[in-house]
Design a protein around this ligand. Sequence first.
Ligand SMILES: Nc1nc2c(ncn2[C@@H]2O[C@H](COP(=O)(O)OP(=O)(O)O)[C@@H](O)[C@H]2O)c(=O)[nH]1
Ligand SMILES: [Mg+2]
Length: 206
Amino acid sequence: MENKAHDFEMILLGDAGVGKTTLFIHLQTGKPADDDVRLTIGVDIAYKTLNISGQDVTVKISDTGGNERFRTLTSSFYRRANIVLLLYSIEDQYTLQTLPAWITECTEQNECPDNLLWVLIGNKSDADNDVEPSAVDSFCKEHNIKNRHFISAKYGTKVDDMFKSVLKVALEKRKSQGMEAASNNNGSSIKVGTTAIAPKKSTCSC
Ligand SMILES: Nc1nc2c(ncn2[C@@H]2O[C@H](COP(=O)(O)OP(=O)(O)O)[C@@H](O)[C@H]2O)c(=O)[nH]1
Ligand SMILES: [Mg+2]
């Protein structure tokens, strides 16, 4: 697929089987995924435009394409992401326990990890819960994750609400980062001694 202009880049991370592709297809098509289209090869990319508070926002969404099974996600998958949906299945507490490894890998490969928006998604909310709420609380505390959602990607429960809410937070975050950068910079140059140095142009996409 061609690389379109987009405001945010979102990646779906988590162990095989947690429902990333099911969520990806739901976000892409607006309806539940058929079983036969779920099996995918290579990185899958979709573009989605949504109006958030009167503003059109385009998001590039990337699914792992099944490569997480072999722990072979390429650095380009992580590099320019600004929003990371960390998925676990509420049916299987082990899938929450493995998320820190994905966080580490993403932090190492992303070009601007300090500005990443991390969102925890407990998927399969239609199924029996195997995860203690206290385990989710401590996970969020430990990794400083302020946004969490429970969805059922299979049945589409809360998927649209989650997506809108995440984009709203991402927009607010970007706005506050912009304001912070402006107040830090306050103009076009930084004075060191008697020499004015133009601020280094960031290569960061966030
Ligand atoms: N009960 C239930 N099953 C789900 C849900 N989302 C995905 N699944 C099932 O979980 C399995 C793995 O889903 P998939 O999207 O391929 O996971 P991925 O490996 O993370 O991409 C499939 O059998 C899906 O139908 C959900 O919200 N509820
Ligand atoms: Mg998949």
